[in-house]
Write a protein that binds this ligand. Structure first.
Ligand code: PGA
Length: 255
């Protein structure tokens, strides 16, 4: 039986006031969450602690969108995994394409952060995915395979079971354009095969692979029905409590 993960990536939206309002709405709208579906919201740093407090009596987990791989020190403006742990976070998004594009994140940095997150018992949600130009050039399968391989470098077969991979084709993020269910399934199967070649088939079966890129109520069910799609990393639609809840319901229906 599959256990879905429905994760909201709020990006640079919602300071503490807006977060409080959105979480209240979400609490009202969210259907009863079964053990087959995990639900996660990832607000900005300044809203994390209050999100943990707001959601302590619910089944909704809280995660961060980024962190620095050092524990502390002279890194002005940065936040460490220790701090996230202390704030009550259980997950952290790593290597989102916006961080790779605008903040120079590299595969090596993603690997360092993935290892550090695991050390701190934060579930790493590692993002991979190709640009439109890379897909048109036909290099998308190799690129994603390399991203996954680099992210998991040096991670043991025990630890890797806690890693979540999010496939997010850059051309589908925030564009309203979604990968077709077939395109998503094809890449997810490729990612699972990559994990199998790095570890073994049991490991590959267990690791959750999320789809991200304009997932919304209208397309969630079709995407989540694909064999290798174990959930969604949702940007825009996660900022609307009704939409996010409808996606959770779609996962509940299929699981
Ligand atoms: P989107 O964003 O759902 O707005 O396309 C997804 C993401 O970037 O994680």
């Amino acid at each position: 039986m599959r256990r879905f993960l429905i994760a909201g990536n709020w990006k640079m939206n919602c300071g503490p006031n807006e977060t409080a309002a959105l979480l209240e709405e979400l609490k009202k709208e969210t259907p009863v969450i079964s053990e087959n579906v995990d639900v996660l919201v990832c607000p900005p740093f300044v809203s994390l602690s209050m999100s943990v407090n707001h959601l302590h009596d619910t089944d909704i987990a809280v995660g961060a969108q980024n962190f620095h791989f050092e524990d502390n020190g002279a890194y002005t403006g940065e936040i460490s995994a220790t701090m996230l742990e202390e704030s009550g976070c259980n997950y952290v998004i790593i290597g989102h394409s916006e961080r790779r594009e605008y903040f120079g994140e590299t595969d090596e940095g993603v690997n360092a952060k993935t290892k550090k997150a695991l050390l701190h018992k934060l579930v790493p949600v590692v993002c991979v995915g190709e640009s439109l130009a890379q897909r048109k050039d036909g290099v998308h399968f190799d690129l994603v395979k390399n991203q996954v391989t680099a992210a998991l470098e040096g991670i043991s077969s025990d630890d890797v079971l806690d890693v979540v991979i999010a496939y997010e084709p850059i051309w589908a993020i925030g564009t309203g354009e979604t990968a077709s269910p077939e395109q998503a399934q094809e890449m997810h199967a490729h990612i699972r095969n990559t994990i199998e070649s790095l570890y073994d088939s049991e490991t590959a079966d267990v690791i959750r692979i999320l789809y991200g890129g304009s997932m919304k109520p209208g397309n969630a069910e079709e995407l989540l029905q694909q064999n290798d799609v174990d959930g969604g990393l949702i940007g825009g639609a996660s900022l609307d409590a009704k939409s996010f809840s409808q996606i959770i319901s779609a996962a509940e229906k299929i699981s």
